[in-house]
Design a protein around this ligand. Structure first.
Ligand SMILES: Nc1nc(=O)c2c([nH]1)NC[C@@H]1CN(c3ccc(C(=O)N[C@@H](CCC(=O)O)C(=O)O)cc3)CN21
Ligand SMILES: O=c1ccn([C@H]2C[C@H](O)[C@@H](COP(=O)(O)O)O2)c(=O)[nH]1
Length: 297
């Protein structure tokens, strides 16, 4: 954060807010002994991040189930679409309440397009129907199930990958995936490592969630494959701080990181898709105060 703030290249970005950014940065986080990457220089709402990850794994792309659990981090994009399409300047609160109360309204306005969850568990497949024609198969490809199979049956493989970057679908997504490609590696001692490539990273807001979720997913996958989680290696393409996050950045840089949070998984369900919110506990997490910051839409 300090390097981006002091050395980053200042530029105008898609949102118009402006950022300072570095390109191509790597960080490594040990997952040994239940260690979990959670910032301690501000409170990270890890329960929100957990709910987001479980929602990805359902394959759903509508914000309705998130809002029903009080998770509001994805509201701004469908709300923006709604306002531009209708000219109705509905407040975020009213929009969120309407999405939860009205299924038809949610179906029309609450969907983000074929984003993460859809690509992870239901990547579109096409079957030949003769004469060079193809038909979309009713059931897509579940990249996560295939990953679990390959880790179990062929641990030494160098092809343990899933990705949300479906080029053909990008223009129908509310946002193209940021945390886009995950590769896994099994060590000879049964340690499982994950390498996440994130093409674009909002270090002030999104990153805290992204790194926690990558670690969480690695833990879940390790459990399901009788491995132990070893490390998350994170590589960012455009890693940036938004210029309107100066309060957050300067406060965090004044604070001293402290403590070593742990993640416990309390149950091993039958498959990776059967984890529930109550199956996870974070211990020894006593962060400094939360610092609110605006999200660039
Ligand atoms: N500019 C930008 N940054 C992002 O991090 C981001 C996007 N856009 N677009 C898509 C998703 C949505 N994500 C978000 C959006 C908002 C928060 C956020 O407001 N977090 C607050 C409060 C979280 C809560 O209410 O529980 C935080 O302090 O972490 C986090 C991630 C991550 N992504
Ligand atoms: O999981 C996420 C999702 C989004 N972001 C950030 C990264 C950028 O600041 C924006 C996306 O804008 P693009 O113009 O599409 O790069 O959202 C994140 O950090 N983590």
């Amino acid at each position: 954060m300090r390097r981006i703030w002091t050395e980053g290249d200042e530029r105008v970005d898609r949102t118009g807010v402006g950022t300072r950014s570095l390109f191509g940065e790597t960080m490594r986080f040990s997952l040994n002994d239940d260690a979990i990457p959670l910032l301690t220089t501000k409170r990270v709402y890890w329960k929100t991040a957990l709910r987001e990850l479980l929602w990805f794994l359902t394959g759903d792309t509508n914000i309705r189930p998130l809002l029903a659990q009080g998770v509001k981090i994805w509201t701004d994009w469908p709300l923006d679409t709604y306002r531009s399409a209708t000219g109705d300047e509905m407040s975020a609160e009213d929009f969120e309440a309407r999405i939860v109360a009205d299924a038809a309204f949610a179906a029309k306005w609450g969907d983000l397009g074929p984003v993460y969850g859809h690509q992870w568990v239901n990547w579109p497949r096409y079957e030949p129907v003769g004469e060079g024609l193809f038909r979309r198969a009713t059931q897509g490809h579940n990249q996560i199930s295939a990953l679990i199979e390959s880790l179990r049956n062929n641990p030494g493989s160098r092809r343990h990958i899933f990705t949300g970057w479906n080029v053909a679908d990008l223009d129908r997504m509310a946002l193209p995936p940021c945390h886009m490609t995950y590769q896994f590696h099994v060590r000879s001692d049964g340690g499982l490592s994950c390498l996440l490539f994130q093409r674009s990273c909002d270090l002030g807001l999104g990153f805290a969630f992204n790194i926690f979720e990558a670690a969480l997913l690695t833990r879940m996958i390790a459990d399901q494959c009788d491995l132990h989680a070893h490390e998350v290696v994170w590589t960012g393409g455009d890693v940036h701080l938004y210029l309107n996050h100066s309060e957050l950045v300067e406060q965090q840089l004044r604070r001293v990181p402290e403590g070593a949070p742990k993640l416990r998984i309390l149950r091993r369900p039958a498959t990776l898709f059967d984890y529930r919110f109550e199956d996870f506990a974070v211990e020894s997490y006593a962060p400094q105060a939360h610092i609110p910051a605006p999200v660039a839409v």
